[in-house]
Structure formats: structure tokens, C-alpha cells
Write a protein that binds this ligand. Structure first.
Ligand SMILES: CC(C)(COP(=O)(O)OP(=O)(O)OC[C@H]1O[C@@H](n2cnc3c(N)ncnc32)[C@H](O)[C@@H]1OP(=O)(O)O)[C@@H](O)C(=O)NCCC(=O)NCCS
Length: 175
């Protein structure tokens, strides 16, 4: 598909110098993110993303628009497990003002490629609350399929929430 051949976005690691732009983006995106996501909203939490998001169990990326470098979203691979599983969870959120333009679809496509081709993972899973229609549409668009429903699966904002589990394996990645 054409969106994969020349994406309008690129991935890079969050860096300490991004702190002000990042926190401004999170502040401006509160309405977009709630009640689904609670992104790092202090310098300390952002620094944790920088420190722990570059290898090991977590890989974090900011999705940046190529034309001006604007941060249009964030995508994390977390709980990267090797051995017989070779799997990770995917989490993401967009930036207000840049939504509904296909940037996150392109960013997630790039992360999927990185996970399967560079990290050589076998399986990715995205956990999504059943009412989060925009996230379900994004996951579907990028090739995830619904595997199941897990009641009270993840604790978000102090409450255990039901989630659908969307997944894909390396062989299902679209070329
Ligand atoms: C989930 C989330 C990242 C999805 O963002 P999004 O803006 O819908 O995703 P994209 O940037 O890929 O945009 C896709 C939309 O842009 C539209 N679009 C417009 N112009 C486009 C273009 N030139 N190319 C591609 N798509 C385009 C697509 O049709 C699509 O709309 P649709 O879903 O109504 O069909 C966003 O809603 C969000 O941040 N939500 C809060 C956090 C969250 O829920 N995270 C997930 C927790 S599980």
C-alpha cells in the first residue's frame, strides 16, 4: 500500500531535549487521551520514558512528521519477552491537532516492521478497551486481529478495566 512506501512520518527515540515539547503535547492532548491513556505528564515521568525506552524490556518511539519534526504521537513496545515467546505489547497515543490524518497508522506500520524485522519478534499484542473505537480501528487497519476478551484485564486510573486483546504474528505482517 502506498502509505508504507513513503510514510509522512518517521520514528525516533524520545530524548531529554524533547521534554518541553512532549509535556506541552501531553497537556494539549488530555481530552483526546482520556479515559484511555495517562501519558507521562511531568519531567520525571518523561525522563523515565527516555531512560527505559531504548532497549531491554521496553522500546519507545516518538512518531514525528517529516516536514517539520512535530511529535504526532508516541508508540511503545513493552514487556519484550524473548525465549520461546518472542513477544511484546504495543501501546500508543496520538497528539491532539494531528489526529485523524493517518499519521498514527503510518507510525504503527513502522513500529510493526521494526518489531518483526529488526527485533525479530514473533508476536505483538495490543490491549484495547471495547469502547475505544478509534484505537480498535487503528489496530485493525494495521493488521491486528481480535483474539479475545479479558474481563478486568488492566488497571487504568485505579480501576480494573475489561480489554479486548488484538494481536498479530510476524507471518501476518503485510509486505
Ligand atoms: C488511538 C489513536 C492513536 C488513533 O488515532 P487516529 O487519529 O484515529 O489514527 P491515524 O492518525 O492513523 O488517523 C486515521 C484516520 O485518519 C483518516 N485520514 C485522513 N486523512 C488521511 C490520510 N491522508 N491518510 C490516511 N488516513 C487519513 C483515516 O481515514 C482514519 O479515520 P477513520 O478511522 O475515521 O477511518 C487516537 O485516537 C488516540 O490517541 N486516542 C487516545 C489514546 C488511546 O486510546 N490509545 C490507545 C489505547 S489502547
Amino acid at each position: 500500500m502506498s502509505r508504507r512506501k513513503s510514510p509522512r512520518v518517521e520514528l525516533r527515540r524520545p530524548e531529554s531535549k524533547d521534554v518541553h515539547a512532549f509535556l506541552a503535547m501531553v497537556g494539549a492532548s488530555r481530552v483526546l487521551h482520556r479515559p484511555w491513556v495517562y501519558a507521562p505528564d511531568s519531567e520525571e515521568k518523561f525522563q523515565r520514558l527516555v531512560d527505559h525506552g531504548a532497549g531491554g524490556r521496553t522500546e519507545s518511539f516518538v512518531v514525528c512528521r517529516k516536514t517539520d519534526g512535530a511529535i504526532v504521537g508516541v508508540i511503545n513496545l513493552s514487556e519484550i519477552i524473548r525465549g520461546a515467546l518472542q513477544s511484546a505489547f504495543v501501546g500508543y497515543y496520538g497528539a491532539a491537532g494531528f489526529e485523524k490524518q493517518g499519521y498514527m497508522t503510518e507510525g504503527l506500520d513502522l513500529v510493526i516492521r521494526y518489531a518483526f524485522r529488526t527485533l525479530r519478534l514473533h508476536r505483538l499484542e495490543a490491549n484495547i478497551q471495547p469502547e475505544n473505537i478509534r484505537s480498535i480501528k487503528l489496530a485493525k487497519r494495521c493488521g491486528f486481529r481480535k483474539e479475545g476478551f479479558s474481563p478486568k484485564y488492566l488497571r487504568i486510573a485505579g480501576r480494573w478495566r475489561d480489554h479486548e486483546r488484538w494481536a498479530m504474528t510476524a507471518g501476518e505482517m503485510r509486505s
